[in-house]
Write a protein that binds this ligand. Sequence first.
Ligand SMILES: [Zn+2]
Length: 198
Amino acid sequence: MSAFPSRHAVRALALLTTALALALPSLAQQHAHTHGRLSMDVAVDAQTLTLTIESPLDGFLGFERAPRNDAERQRVSDMVARLNAADQLFLPDPAAACTLSKVTLHSAVLGLGEENKEGVHGQGHGHDDKPGHAKDEHADIDIDIVFNCAQAPQARHVDVKLFEAFPRIRAIDAQVASPQGQFKRTLRPNAPRLQLGR
Ligand SMILES: [Zn+2]
């Protein structure tokens, strides 16, 4: 038997595998910007429960740019205060004995992030957007929430109060990684409890 066809096939397969490897992670990480929806990754480890949220800013603010007047600035600081009190918005199963450890907010148009802990004040007009990114387009907010838990794997659910606090949010696409495996759940205002087991 000639070695050529199979070597050819192997090379074709290698190319295909490379193409898939390049395509799949971007598919998995790509979150569509859909107003009213947010995505939330939930990771349950031995002693931590971590929520990683990516959302259109619209769901939390009703606008997606830097605030332009006092009323909008007030809206931003109310949002920041509510999100920083994340244990009022996300209630882990008491069996896990969790306490809120850390909340990190990031939103470039609001000047929220690691280098801008003072929030929106003194941020000018938000010119730190990427070049070629028109102003007054859509914008997101990233929210990382960490709970420390005595028994994180004991958590069977997390009650989510986000729909009441921010009525513009209509659906949460949750992806859970727990000792019981990985799975997806969609939460809605009439079904706000995230089950962490199968
Ligand atoms: Zn938008």
